[in-house]
Design a protein around this ligand. Structure first.
Ligand code: ZN
Length: 143
């Protein structure tokens, strides 16, 4: 299996030096796991009204899971929960190949580097783990 297409430079870079690493003081924390690969994440979020004021994570796992978490935190920080939800949908469609045939959503920005994941179904959970954790954290934050 040629994984070359999976590891674009931007993904390797975020794996080497993850952004928004740590915990948000007083934030809502959620754990995420991907037993298939051994990936784990602890994600914390703080909302200001309906805006994601801060989001941070720690964890361990493969390059895809770490880079995805790192790039997600950059993408959703400062966004509204509705915008984050729209990004989740676009990213999910991208990595599951449901967007195949149409050009990747421009709103995804550098997250489009994960398009290659669609060709490796076993890695989809690696790429989406942080996003599922994010949705859960937002849901809990709103209560
Ligand atoms: Zn993984």
């Amino acid at each position: 299996m040629d994984l070359g297409a999976l590891y674009e430079e931007v993904i390797l870079d975020h794996n080497r030096s993850p952004r928004n690493w740590g915990e948000v003081p007083g934030g809502t924390s959620v754990e995420g796991r991907n037993p298939l690969c051994g990936d784990r994440i602890s994600l914390s979020v703080r909302l200001d009204g309906d805006t994601i004021a801060d989001v941070r994570f720690t964890g361990e796992g493969c390059a895809i899971s770490k880079a995805s978490a790192s790039m997600m935190t950059q993408a959703i920080k400062g966004k509204t929960t509705a915008e984050a939800e729209a990004l989740f949908t676009g990213f999910h469609d991208l990595v599951t190949g449901q967007a195949a045939g149409s050009p990747p959503d421009k709103a995804l920005g550098s997250l489009r580097a994960f398009a290659g994941v669609a060709r490796f179904p076993t890695r989809v959970k690696c790429a989406t783990m942080a996003w599922h954790a994010m949705r859960e954290a937002l849901e809990r934050s709103r209560v």
